[in-house]
Design a protein around this ligand. Sequence first.
Ligand code: FES
Length: 141
Amino acid sequence: MVYEKDVSRRAVLCGLALLTLGLIPENAIAASGVKVLANGKVEITLPKNPALKKVGGVVQFTNNQGIDIALVRTGKGATAFKALNLACTHQGYPLRKEGNKWVCDNHLSNFSIAGAVTKGPAESPLQNIPLKATRTKVTVG
Ligand code: FES
């Protein structure tokens, strides 16, 4: 029993150390209220995604073609959003969110949360996917 307690304490301390060092990947916020429309576009209901209330807020989802997409609030306006294809523009490796940026673990390119290249070797910004936004929903595709 004492051993289990020690292991548990060690596991917690290790986890805290890794979190402090930023070594545990941040979990992306999965979009809620996602509906795939008959035309293949994806509709995101804004009231169900509080992360999108603030500028720089992000939710992620995968469309019906298997493309990982980030919906990013880019401004205070009700329709200020970008939908970004989360494939690295260098060689297509999937990106992960780290703090306020997108990181490619393949060759370490970095992109701003709105998709601009901040560190190569990638040279092109993330692909923008067309969208239509209203005060209550964003339709992507
Ligand atoms: S595939 Fe992303 S940096 Fe090379």
